[in-house]
Ligand binder design. Structure first.
Ligand code: MG
Length: 321
């Protein structure tokens, strides 16, 4: 066998951070409303697998997303783990008040890189969104909370097509100037490709945006999700959002389905000797649990492989990096 590593390898073995968004991004796109106790069991299992960043719900108006109407109940009943960051997605001042009232310390806000998607998703212009994010970020920082922001449709807009990279760079800079800790660049409808990922990250580098403040939120709608994750890694990104078993999409983006699957991303990185801090077998087990709880086949790959490997008692012991 030839050596798999060489001094000229394109691949380093840097640790990677996974932000699991199943309980919010994944479940908000489900037709049926998942019972609160199932959501809490999901969150418990994610913690048990070793996740340190878990997005657990959103405090949007229940009429907007009835699937997440139990947001405050979820936040009040989270397991107690000082080393786990539980994130809540916050759309506006009212949502931020609700989040801070229940003592949440990690909040995420959002806007789009394309004007049309921003208007359709949020009913605001991008400038109005920035103003709104400024207000809610100040509220959060005053309470000692940490803020991350999603910038959607960075790699393509379902209404506008290509999105200007310079717009992404400028919005990213403006969001960071507000005191936001991390910007998660979203491929909301899975239109991205590795070359475009390289171009966007290069644009950020050229503008001296610190890459440790950038995450990638990739969707596998067209089958390019993991390739895009890998391109981001090769460009220096070390934080990736993912949803267990590939659950989720965006209800306001036609054709959007399937975040990259948490356990698929973990498997990819562990195979490259990049630690994630998450137990792969347990992460796959969460996928099996979720498919069972929702009573349907889910798009992720590794949890199915894992289930088959367990059933046939073959090699299922390579659980960590
Ligand atoms: Mg998503």
């Amino acid at each position: 066998m030839p050596s798999v590593s060489s001094p000229t390898s394109l691949f380093s073995s840097s640790p990677v951070r996974i932000v699991d968004v199943t309980a919010r991004d994944g479940l908000q796109n489900e037709k049926d409303i998942v019972p609160t106790d199932v959501k809490l069991e999901l969150i418990h299992r994610l913690v048990e697998a070793g996740h340190k960043d878990i997005e657990v719900t959103s405090l949007v108006r229940p009429s907007w997303i009835p699937q997440l109407a139990d947001g405050e109940e979820i936040l009040r009943n989270l397991p107690r783990h000082d080393d786990v960051r539980f994130w809540a997605l916050i759309p506006n001042r009212k949502g931020m008040e609700r989040a801070l009232n229940v003592g949440i310390k990690h909040v995420a806000t959002f806007m789009s890189a394309s004007q049309t998607h921003n208007r359709k998703n949020l009913n605001r212009t991008q400038l109005e969104s920035l103003d709104n994010i400024r207000v809610v970020t100040e509220m959060a920082l005053d309470e000692g909370a940490t803020v991350r922001a999603y910038l959607s449709t960075v790699f393509g807009c379902p209404y506008e097509g290509d999105v200007d990279i310079q717009t992404t760079v400028e919005l990213t800079q403006q969001l960071l100037e507000l005191g936001i800790s991390e910007i998660s660049l979203g491929d909301t409808t899975g239109m991205g490709n590795p070359r475009l990922v390289e171009q966007v990250i290069q644009g950020l580098k050229n503008a001296t945006v610190p890459l440790e403040k950038i995450a990638l939120h990739m969707h596998d709608t067209q089958g390019t999700g993991l390739a895009n994750v890998l391109a981001g890694y090769q460009m220096g990104i070390r934080t990736f959002d993912a949803s267990t078993a590939g659950l989720g999409g965006c209800p306001y983006a036609p054709g959007a389905s399937g975040n990259v699957a948490t356990e698929d991303v973990i498997n990819l990185f562990h195979k490259m000797n990049c630690d994630t801090g998450v137990d792969l077998a347990k992460a796959a087990g969460v996928g099996v649990f979720l498919a069972d709880a929702l009573q349907k086949d889910l798009p992720g790959r590794f949890h199915k492989y894992f289930l088959g490997a367990c059933a046939t008692d073959t090699d299922s012991t390579h659980t960590t990096a």
